[in-house]
Design a protein around this ligand. Structure first.
Ligand code: UN1
Length: 507
């Protein structure tokens, strides 16, 4: 496209974003210095106003005030708000998904899937509202009851990333709200419009069911806005998704004020392909996990650890599959790989590919830029790189579609390679040998360990998160809700005596 054609296209995308915001009920924001861009063309969708320190302070104040009454609303009644949000998400699934495509560059199917993930977690949270169970234990004293009760924690500060701009918000918010917390959300500065859209839907849901709309606050801007949340003692829980570097600054600051942190940081996810693998199935799983979302999921597959007997055949099959991947405008039908989020991501990818070659690797296919829609949009062909060993480069997370291929001879070695990186989010094995599968489940040090599926695309029902530099947090399903609540251990004496524990006699 020529310069002017690209500009014209960007204007069309901007008009579309405005129309989508309006149909989602959001007023087009006051123009300011925070530019919402689209990676589809690199153009500006809308200029927004970033929150000032005073805005953030006021937002936290409103959330803290709203908490005082929200915490007293029974959890199943709180769930009415989440139920209404789910209904609005169902009604607006297409528009919100399209906005995700415009802002994050996801292909249609994945953007719809992301909104589906929101609906799913809302349903989970609604059921959860009647299952915030505490346990009881036998007391060692007669006439006593020992039990645990769970109570709302306070204000949850949610800091989310560009790559799942709406789903990760909903994981945190749907659950925090039924748990009785209020939320202050800072979306990625790269995806402020989807932030605005979700905030608008939630406020509308609150008004529709007669809940206090102040239970949710939106703040917009760069790292300084996030830091204001991190440093504020009124924010009981900081739930942050992003880079390891970001987590390394957030965690000590929250710890220093004895706040609570829930971290979802980088991943460097591997899949092992064992000799018994169903290779056809493995190829499909690998391609989705490595090239899907243009390699920009925390759970994207970045390392393939293949048995030596299989590696040549697998690389050949993967190359054939990669050659058929349609890279292009994610709004177009048939496209499987959309753009990288920005130029920085493109530069990081090119630097990694260069380093891979310097370290003796071979770029088997992909890696090059496809200039489709002007100079400011960064489309790349997903790359396969065969590496002689797990070098420093391979141990780093590059947020782009590069799959490093390594070989192994015995399973212990493969599991050791899986574990020999600083991150610990997701992992998988392709094998039809049950012993191998179980050995891997026990041996992988990651928070997510799969068999015969790729590393990405987790369902919301499980706990999502990882170990080591991934930060240790768990979000979404299972008992992740416990991170959003305060546990109290209660001893109730219904006797007329006052026996002391441990058999102590006092006086
Ligand atoms: C992320 O990349 O931050 O498991 C979240 C998956 C998605 C969520 C990814 N359900 O790939």
């Amino acid at each position: 496209m020529t310069h002017t054609v690209t500009e014209h296209f960007s204007e069309q995308l901007s008009l579309r974003a405005r129309a989508l915001l309006r149909s989602l009920g959001a007023a087009v924001p006051e123009p300011g210095t925070l530019a919402a861009r689209t990676p589809i063309s690199g153009g500006v969708l809308l200029p927004l106003t970033a929150s000032t320190p005073a805005d953030v302070d006021a937002a936290i104040g409103r959330a803290a005030t709203a908490f005082r009454s929200w915490r007293t609303v029974p959890a199943p009644v709180r769930a009415a708000l989440v139920r209404r949000l789910a209904q609005l998400l169902v009604a607006h699934q297409d528009e919100l998904a399209e906005l995700v495509t415009l802002e994050a560059g996801k292909i249609g199917a994945e953007a719809l899937g992301e909104v589906q993930e929101m609906i799913d977690v809302c349903e989970f949270a609604i059921g959860l509202s009647r299952q915030l169970y505490g346990v009881t234990m036998p007391s060692e004293r007669p006439g006593h009851r020992l039990m645990e009760t769970w109570h709302p924690l306070g204000v949850a500060g949610v800091i989310s990333a560009f790559n799942f701009p709406v789903a990760v918000w909903s994981w945190n918010t749907a659950i925090a709200l039924v748990c009785g917390d209020t939320v202050v959300w800072k979306p990625s500065e790269t995806t402020p419009l989807t932030g605005l859209a979700c905030h608008t839907l939630l406020r509308r849901a609150a008004l529709d069911v007669g809940a206090d709309p102040e239970v949710h606050q939106l703040v917009q801007g760069d790292a300084a806005v996030g830091e204001a949340l991190v440093g504020d003692t009124r924010v009981a829980l900081v739930s942050a998704t992003g880079s390891v570097r970001m987590g390394a600054t957030v965690a000590p600051r929250v710890a220093a004020r004895f706040g609570r942190c829930l971290l979802e940081l980088g991943g460097n996810n591997a899949a092992i392909v064992a000799p018994s693998a169903d290779v056809e199935l493995a190829v499909r799983g690998i391609v989705f996990a490595a090239a899907g979302t243009a390699g920009q999921r925390c759970t994207s597959l970045r390392r393939l650890i293949v048995h030596r007997s299989l590696v040549d055949e697998l690389v050949e099959r993967l190359t054939t599959a990669y050659d058929q991947l349609h890279v292009g405008n994610p709004l177009d039908d048939g496209v499987l790989v959309g753009p990288l989020i920005n130029e920085r991501a493109y530069i990081a990818m090119q630097a990694a590919l260069l380093r891979a070659q310097e370290e003796g690797g071979e770029i088997v296919c992909g890696g090059s830029r496809v200039e489709l829609i002007g100079e400011q949009a960064f489309y790349v062909r997903p790359a396969l790189a065969r590496m002689p060993r797990q070098s420093d480069l391979v141990c780093e997370e590059t947020f782009a579609p590069i799959l490093y291929i390594l070989t192994y001879d015995d399973l212990d070695e493969a599991i050791a390679l899986n574990n020999a990186v600083p991150q610990g989010l997701s992992s998988s094995i392709f094998t039809l040998d049950q012993r191998e599968a179980e050995q891997f489940i026990a041996g992988s040090d990651c928070g997510i360990t799969n068999v015969n599926i790729g590393t990405s695309g987790a369902e919301i029902g499980g706990a999502f998160g990882g170990e080591k530099h991934t930060g240790g947090g768990r979000e979404s399903g299972s008992d992740s809700w416990k991170a959003y609540m305060r546990r109290a251990t209660n001893t109730v004496n219904y006797s007329t005596e006052l026996p002391l524990a441990q058999g102590i006699h006092f006086g």
